[in-house]
Design a protein around this ligand. Sequence first.
Ligand code: SF4
Length: 350
Amino acid sequence: MSITEITEKAKDSKEINREEVLELLSVKDESDVSDLFSAASDVRDRVFGKKVFIYGFVYFSTHCRNNCAFCYYRRTNELPRYRKKADEVLMLSGSLRDAGINLVDLTMGEDPVMRANDYSELLDIIRRVKNEIDISVMASPGAVPEASFKKFTDAGTDWFACYQETYNRELFSRLRLEQDFDERLNQKIWAKKAGLLTEDGIMVGLGETLADRADSIIKMGSLGCQQIRAMTFVPQKGTPMERIRPTEPIDELISIAVMRLLYPDKLIPASLDVEGIAGLKTRLDAGANVITSIVPPNEDLAGVAQHELDIENGRRSVAHVMHMLDEMGKKAATKTEYESLLKKLKEENR
Ligand code: SF4
């Protein structure tokens, strides 16, 4: 079947099978790629119009007990690390809200201090951001025991994010060293059971095959995650994967477009963490509808994949992103629009 025939099927809301997903992921020809992106954009616009959701990123602790092979903040990488105090997190969240973002993503490594006493410090931060700043909250704390999820819901968390990175078990064991594949997969199931919306994600260019990528995309959909992302692997200094040749971002864009065709109504991020602001338009053109990894300048905050890119020059700030959205004829969702979307997603999640 040709790429156009498959994209037409998707546009007609017909099911795309695994073989067809693989065909889409394999596109090389320039006109096929352009057909794929334009079909994905059409499908996205049909559901969301010109609306784009904007997430602020507060990476409040870079301490971590884990040793993921791909990660700059892995335990054994000797680095200056930081842990922001609750008041600083509140101040940062407040200024992101004032700038017009829809959600604050509170991210940490698996920091033993934040994990202590059944996450009491983290839960307190979430509760305060939710109540005092009055903004939607995503928690990205790593893997959490099943019994703790209810506390995240009670603290006011809207989203729980936990990226598998790959659903190939063997590859997972080489990436997320000393971690349990099923425990990580179950994070999405346990979070959903506790009433939380969930985000999963894959990394592109970590040594996976196209079939792995197809299977991961299908698996993320079958878990019922409301937000799914694909992000290009960026080799990190001081890690075992430092010298791996980076993949071109086109593979990430193709993955975004395929996810959009398969799952028209899911939230799909355009992360600024790979190419900075330069990569925003291409990701939106591929079918993304959420801008993530917005980091305020001058606050000594890090990104994940690119811990410095475009942060201190302010190009990852909300003001700059809003300006770019204007130029692209897109519209940032208001607080009311985003909250009503979450309300609907939570009802469907029950
Ligand atoms: S990816 Fe997350 S869990 Fe793994 S080492 Fe980095 S911060 Fe820790």
